[in-house]
Structures are given as structure tokens and as C-alpha cells.
Write a protein that binds this ligand. Structure first.
Ligand code: CMC
Length: 418
């Protein structure tokens, strides 16, 4: 099948291609050579930047699958580290592979001692996302980052997944002025992170199973989301053959923004603001509808999901269950639910197909786990790490891969002279 383009009276046949889920695309890779024209698609809402076999989303039907597995059959059912293996290696690990993978991740969870000095030079007010991006970027200097040897690449991957949680917990400990708690090899990925966050040398710390399981589920829900802003950034940077640490740290920076991963922090701050404002959530719904207010309902809307975000559905249920199990009652959860109900019945949100996204309820759960607000996006980064790595690998191994270099429509001054 071809698509016909008529441009300035001339006809062109453009090839098409279909994905395995029947998505149709027009191949415009020769468009400029054939016609002299480029396409214009601000925000890339209609642009397929690559072919990818990692994650499938059907935004109209609210479907999210990692390597073919529905998110509902992974979150809370398959451990995060196995999902990480799935994303990176394409298949869920068998028992032997899972044991070896977990062992390797544990063996790579210690941060290079030389890197630790860097923590001391950030001001105490530094945002932990800034610290995390800086630390991951700096890892390039400590390991054979530019090696093309497969053994080195695999080791760098293990280091990233193993160490990201350690770096995250250390950045928190530094911010509260407490001694660093090193990882322990007898604990699971999430139990290790919680212990490094909350234990002190002054006493024993028993990791709550409820907290460990809740965190694991949250990380699985964040593990990949095809060509979102941060993943596209990772792919963009890696297209220049930049090393994995340079590419992934760019992803951390992209995730930080409040329209992307930073929305989870922004949601909680919005809920706190509403609570301090006598809980008047209806006022905020009205503000979000007023384009002049500059205010958006954070945690609402999505470029791809136009029905519901399946992650938000799971998280809403989980928020109730986790708070209940931990015996936490949080007025912010009630405000979030009321806000959602009002917005979902308001024609402004209905017409624009704006629904709660993954960031709407995750913050309430993080808060119940005792995670400080400015660490929320760091948690998102820990979850997204396997996705970024899987995309970095896919880019690297793509025989059709080329450096990413979009065109533009120039609108500046025409030729003039000083
Ligand atoms: N509150 C109020 N109005 C909104 C919102 C919102 N949260 N989101 C979109 N709109 C309106 C927007 O004003 C526009 O209206 P109109 O057509 O009248 O001009 C329409 O809906 C379409 O919005 P858009 O900005 O063109 O949509 P987009 O696909 O470019 O942006 C988005 C998607 C997620 C950035 C946006 O919905 C948003 O800013 N949401 C709030 C931030 C947020 O929750 N981000 C997390 C995204 S999900 C997880 C992740 O990626 O990290």
C-alpha cells in the first residue's frame, strides 16, 4: 500500500508500513529528496521517530504492554528486577536467569567511592534530580563508558540499575545530613532502597513488606512508556553514539520537568495548596479551565492516552489498599478523589479527553511510604532506568539507525548586511 501526496500539482507515491499491532505509518524518509519539502509537526504528535519492539501503547483503548505483556499482569505480580530483565533482554527470565540477574544487580549496587566526594559539593538545597543526573553523568569517568566490548556494555547496564537506587538514597541522606547507609546483599532491590533511605546506624530498621511491595509495583508501572520525552531524549543523545551514562543522564534531566516526570511532585504540591486553601478543589478545577490563569490540573492529561491511563487506574486502587494496610489516613487522597470526580464530569475535561495520568495518585502512595516530595521524580527515574537502557540498546543495535537531526522551517530575517 502506498499513500498518494499531491504537492504543487505533482503526485508522489509514498511507501507505508505497519507495526505488529496494525498501526499504520507513512514512510516520509525520502520525502525531502523527492519533493524538496519537509514535514512540520511541533511536539512530534504525528511523528514515528523509530521502529521499536519494546513497549506498545494504544491510547484510545487504554492499553500498555511491555514486550507484549499487559501492564495489569506485571504490576504487583512480577518483581521489578524481572521486568527490567524483560525490557532489556526481550523475555522474562527463567529461574536460573533471574537468580543470576539479581545476584549481578546486588554485586553492582555499590557506588564508586571516588564518586561519593561529589555529593559534598552540592548545596544542601540542591534538587535530588539535579544530583542524580550529575552523578549518573559522572559515572562515565569512573567506568569504561565508551567501550564497545559487549562485556563492558552489560556491566555498565548492571551498574546503572544497581547503583541508581543507591545514588538516589545517598542524595536523600546528604540532604538531611544523615550518614550514608550502604546496600546489603541479602535484601531485595526495593527493600535495599527503603533501608538505605530510612535506616540509621543508631538502630535496627525492619523493612515493611507492604512498603516493599508497593514500591516494587510503582517501579514496574514506571518502567517504560515508549517514545515519551525522556526516552526520546535518551535515543536522541545515543544517536550521536554518546555513551550510556551520558545518554541516560540526559533522560533524567528531561524527566525532571513538571510536564513529564516532575508532575508527580507538582501534583502533591497542588493537593497541599488546595488543602491549605480550605480544601476548595472546585476553585482549582475552574482555574485549570481558565487559560489566563496559567494553572493546569497537574496529573491530568496525556499526549497518548485519550480514554484512561491504565497505570492511573491501578494506582488509584493501590493508593486505597496501601494507605489502608499502612494504617495511614491522608486528607490529600480525599482531595485527589474529589478533584478527579469533578474534572471527569466537567465538559472542559471530557471534550479534551483529559484523564488522570500516572502522576496523579503515585505521589499519595510515595507520601504514605514516607518519601519526601522532592524525591518523587527520583523514584520515577529508578523505575524508568530499564526502559531508558532498553531503548539505548535498541538504538545501538538498529541497522537503520542514523544520527537524530530534525529539520526546521526558518522564520528569521532573510539575507541582510551589517
Ligand atoms: N489541565 C488543564 N487543561 C489541560 C491540561 C491540564 N492538565 N492538559 C491539557 N489541557 C488542555 C490544554 O489547555 C489544551 O486545551 P485547548 O485545546 O483548548 O488549547 C488541550 O487540553 C490539549 O493540551 P495540550 O497541552 O495540547 O496537550 P499535550 O498532549 O501537548 O500535553 C500534557 C500533554 C501531559 C503535557 C498535558 O496534558 C499537561 O500539561 N498535563 C499536566 C502535566 C502532567 O500531568 N504531566 C504528566 C504526564 S504523564 C506522565 C509523564 O509523562 O511523565
Amino acid at each position: 500500500m502506498t499513500a498518494k501526496l499531491i504537492l504543487e500539482g505533482k503526485e508522489y507515491d509514498l511507501p507505508t508500513l505497519r507495526g505488529t499491532e496494525n498501526e499504520l505509518a507513512i514512510d516520509i524518509s525520502k520525502l525531502r529528496a523527492q519533493t524538496g519539502a519537509v514535514t512540520y509537526d511541533p511536539g512530534y504528535g504525528n511523528t514515528g521517530s523509530c521502529q521499536s519492539a519494546i513497549t506498545f501503547i494504544d491510547g484510545e483503548a487504554g492499553i500498555l504492554r511491555y514486550r507484549g505483556y499487559p501492564i495489569e499482569e506485571l504490576a504487583g505480580k512480577v518483581p521489578f528486577t524481572h521486568v527490567a530483565y524483560l525490557l532489556i533482554h526481550g523475555e522474562l527470565p527463567n529461574a536460573e536467569q533471574a537468580a543470576a540477574w539479581s545476584e549481578s544487580l546486588r554485586g553492582n549496587s555499590l557506588v564508586h567511592e571516588g564518586l561519593l566526594n561529589f555529593f559534598d559539593h552540592f548545596p544542601v538545597t540542591a534538587h535530588p534530580m539535579n544530583i542524580l543526573a550529575g552523578m549518573i553523568s559522572s559515572m562515565s569517568s569512573f567506568y569504561p563508558a565508551d567501550s564497545t566490548d559487549d562485556a563492558h556494555i552489560q556491566q555498565n547496564i548492571l551498574r546503572l540499575i544497581g547503583q541508581v537506587k543507591t545514588l538516589a538514597a545517598f542524595s536523600y541522606k546528604k540532604s538531611v545530613g544523615e550518614p550514608l547507609i550502604y546496600p546489603r546483599n541479602d535484601l531485595s532491590y526495593c527493600a535495599n532502597f527503603l533501608r538505605m533511605m530510612f535506616a540509621t546506624p543508631c538502630g535496627e530498621y525492619e523493612v515493611s513488606k507492604t512498603m516493599e511491595d508497593a514500591l516494587d509495583m510503582l517501579l514496574v508501572l514506571h518502567a517504560d512508556h515508549e517514545q515519551n520525552c525522556s526516552t526520546s531524549t535518551v535515543r536522541m543523545v545515543s544517536s550521536s553514539e554518546a555513551n550510556i551514562y551520558a545518554s541516560v543522564s540526559a533522560g533524567v534531566n528531561a524527566l525532571w520537568g513538571p510536564l513529564h516526570g516532575g508532575a508527580n511532585q507538582a501534583v502533591l504540591e497542588m493537593l497541599q495548596r488546595i488543602e491549605a486553601d480550605s480544601g476548595d478543589y472546585k476553585k482549582y478545577v475552574e482555574m485549570a479551565k481558565d487559560k489566563n490563569s496559567g494553572f493546569r490540573l497537574m496529573g491530568f492529561g496525556h499526549r497518548v492516552y485519550k480514554n484512561f491511563d491504565p497505570r492511573a487506574k491501578l494506582l488509584k486502587k493501590a493508593a486505597d489498599a496501601v494507605l489502608d494496610e499502612l494504617g495511614v489516613s491522608d486528607p490529600l487522597l480525599d482531595i485527589a478523589k474529589s478533584l478527579e470526580e469533578v474534572a471527569l464530569n466537567d465538559s472542559f475535561f471530557v471534550e479534551r479527553k483529559l484523564y488522570p495520568n500516572v502522576d496523579f495518585y503515585s505521589g499519595v502512595i510515595y507520601r504514605a511510604l514516607g518519601i519526601p516530595t522532592d524525591m518523587f521524580t527520583v523514584l520515577f527515574s529508578i523505575g524508568r532506568m530499564p526502559g531508558w537502557i532498553a531503548h539505548w540498546m535498541e538504538m545501538r543495535n538498529d541497522p537503520d539507525g542514523r544520527i537524530h537531526r530534525p529539520r526546521q522551517i526558518y522564520t528569521g530575517a532573510t539575507l541582510r548586511h551589517p
